[in-house]
Write a protein that binds this ligand. Sequence first.
Ligand code: PLP
Length: 404
Amino acid sequence: MADSDTGGKTGKGPESWRMRTRLVRGGLQRSAFDETSEALFMTSGYRYASAEEAEAAFKGEKQRFVYSRYANPTVGMFEERMRLLEGAGAARATASGMAAVFAALLCQLKSGDRVVSARALFGSCQYIVSELLPRYGIETVFVDGTDLDQWRAALKRPAQAVFFETPSNPTLEIIDMRAVAELAHAAGACVVVDNVFATPILQRPMEFGADVVVYSTTKHIDGQGRALGGVVLSSLEFAEKKLRDFLRHTGPAMSPFNAWLMVKSLETLDLRVQRHCENAREIAEFLGTRKGVARVLYPGLPSHPQRALAQTQMTAGGSVVAFEIEGGKPAAYRALNALAMIDISNNLGDAKSLITHPATTTHQRLPPEERARLGIAEGLVRLSVGLEDPADIAADLDQALKKA
Ligand SMILES: *Cc1c(COP(=O)(O)O)cnc(C)c1O
């Protein structure tokens, strides 16, 4: 087993593979048993042939596995496959998406630093930036991510990090990655992009100037609603100089079992994401024709306010459709409660279609005026379109909307 940092024995081969091949074979390291499927190394520690070898391993003179909080062969296979998929210098897996976001920011920030972030964020990301960072003396500035003038004004002064999601949760705003990265780099900031909604299949932020990309692998990468996970993609230098010791000593390691689920799931990620997008587009079009639906937000529809920008950054619209039901919260609740197949759940990127009411769940922590500013209306619902037959998804929505 070689170190996952280098791609090990795989040499130049995987780098020349096309994306679909990378998804199926990238990072595969076989054990002495020559298994075809990636092996699950459910071990916390590793043994040494001698006391001298242990000493050399701890001194860093001998590259080998020493403890699964640091590295594990199954986790390493997942990391290497992700690294190849993203075209990054390094990938580091974490126990959840939030551990990835937290590590990507905290590993590089210190008291006195300044962070500029888009306002429209996943609830827990919003907590980290607005509540946690200031507690450690890190100044945070929020901007409307779609307004380049606000980014420009905030980045007139030096900053150490810039953070945003595109498309954002739950209103699916698109941020101009190339323009924001240029402003950020001029201000000296490291650009961290949460790419959960787009997935690495639809959008690769590093091609637009991002320095660090984070995923919750809980979403489309597992894609079957089974396990939590996260991953941080960066240059090898960032991974070694900033992330390595932070992860080693704070310990948000991904379990080998979860890494095994994730590495196997990557084999079908492209197929699943393409189907998610086809279904989501069909459902978004259906909702657009439906009485009682005030507006539909989907980056794959010509009606999306930033459709042109979305088309330059993403190859398809993604799996999530947001729509506003006329009649506010009571009508939205009536529709959700009338669904016979689609599940009410705050998760997304699952094979099963899931629906949530952001104002009272994922974004209930925000004061009402902040929700209004973000466009999270009382009648807004977020639908993660699954892999079921779209005719069945549409039929369920149709009968539920009639009861709204
Ligand atoms: C779910 C999600 C996260 C957090 O991931 P967990 O795996 O739940 O910790 C972060 N960002 C976005 C955009 C998400 O959707």
